[in-house]
Design a binder for this molecule. Structure first.
Ligand code: NDP
Length: 340
């Protein structure tokens, strides 16, 4: 068992809660940042471990937001920066998404540079949004890999919530690598770049009517009724439990140092989700649309190829498949709602 202390920003997030559970299970001590004592206490109760403590960081974009945490905790040796706004429900993409993501990342790295000389590894949760050229995502002659970059400009990112989120992740990641380049700090940086993250919530108490942005993609399909139009959604997915595990390999495996890791398991479409729900949940029989079973590949074949062979080799574990990912998350939602 390790006595190493790991810092996790955005501890209440969908991904971070799984990550903290796994860190504790591996024997790490965790200091997580949350926006309020209420949120911190609720998480502490769920985790039920004296290996977890929280610190309050109300807003990651405020200059020096993380300084106090690092001043107060010289025992932190690993930093996992996951906090960033992930919502499409915004009025001003620049103010609500781009600026907090970029400033939050700069604040995290600069605090480590200034107040935490003992830190050896920093992992930033970036995104496939920082990898793909979004004009080419639906061009199946194109391949993206760990060296690819989203070329969207700041100006274009301001257009709407979706472009704002996409830009927020590429500009935040660029800011992190730029700090590494210009300040040459004492730690290594690894970025973890997941595509859509699905899977169960870390705790049943997190199952609400509306889930976090990515899990809600599946939840919204579960809310469809026979006769409803099926959303034309096709993209890539990775299970949240793999994303959590990858953040740990990102600092435990030296081969991940100074690298970008694309977390992508497979392509999926709304039809593919419906096929799994209709085949595996008798309780849903006759409630959901059926669509055209077995035709998911027609949608996913249109998408660009994602080559993450390097990431898979470094991680060294097999990703959870789509059926298990969907079945586990929907079983949890139905069990909590008392409909299974
Ligand atoms: P969540 O929305 O569940 O978690 C985001 C976390 O960041 C929450 O703890 C949130 O706190 C915190 N946060 C957001 N903005 C601020 C702020 N201004 N100040 C302080 N804390 C803030 O999202 P996920 O767990 O899904 O995402 C975690 C990370 O993974 C993000 O960086 C996201 O961009 C990235 N990612 C996610 C993907 C996905 O499909 N889920 C795919 C690719 C990347 P609170 O809830 O209290 O507001």
């Amino acid at each position: 068992m390790s006595s190493t202390t790991v810092f996790v920003s955005g501890a209440t997030g969908f991904i971070a809660q799984h990550l903290i559970k796994k860190l504790i299970a591996k024997g790490y001590n965790v200091i997580g940042t949350v926006r309020s004592t209420e949120k911190g206490d609720a998480l502490k109760k769920n985790l039920n471990s004296d290996k977890f403590q929280y610190a309050i960081v109300r807003d990651i974009q405020v200059e020096g937001a993380f300084n106090e945490v690092f001043k107060n905790h010289p025992e932190i040796s690993i930093v996992l920066h996951t906090a960033s706004p992930f919502t499409f429900n915004v009025t001003d993409p620049e103010k609500d998404l781009l600026i907090p993501a970029v400033e939050g990342t700069k604040n995290a790295l600069n605090a480590v540079i200034e107040y935490a000389p003992q830190v050896t590894n920093v992992v930033v949760t970036s995104s496939y949004a920082a990898i793909a050229d979004w004009g080419k995502e639906y061009d199946n002659s194109v391949t993206f890999d760990e060296s690819s970059w989203n070329p969207m400009t700041w100006e274009d990112s301001k257009a709407n919530a979706l472009t704002g989120y996409i830009g927020s992740k590429s500009f935040a990641e660029k800011a992190a690598w730029e700090i590494m380049e210009t300040k040459k700090p004492h730690f290594t940086l690894t970025t973890v770049n997941p595509i859509y993250v699905f899977g169960p919530q870390a705790f049943d108490s997190e199952v609400k009517d509306t889930l976090n942005t990515s899990a809600e993609v599946i939840n919204s399909i579960l809310k469809l009724r026979e006769g409803d139009e099926i959303p034309a959604h096709s993209a890539g997915f990775v299970d949240v439990r793999d994303v959590a595990a990858a953040h740990i390999v990102a600092f435990e495996n030296r081969e991940a140092a100074c690298k970008r890791l694309i977390l992508h398991t497979d392509r999926f479409s709304s039809q593919g989700v419906l096929d799994i729900l209709n085949e595996n949940f008798p309780a849903l029989k006759g409630k959901l649309p059926v669509g055209k079973p077995g035709t998911s590949k027609e949608d996913t074949d249109k998408l660009a190829t994602i080559n993450n062979d390097f990431t898979r080799k470094v991680l060294g574990f097999k990703f959870i498949d789509f059926k298990k990912c969907i079945v586990d998350s929907v079983e949890q939602v139905l069990a909590v709602n008392g409909s299974i």
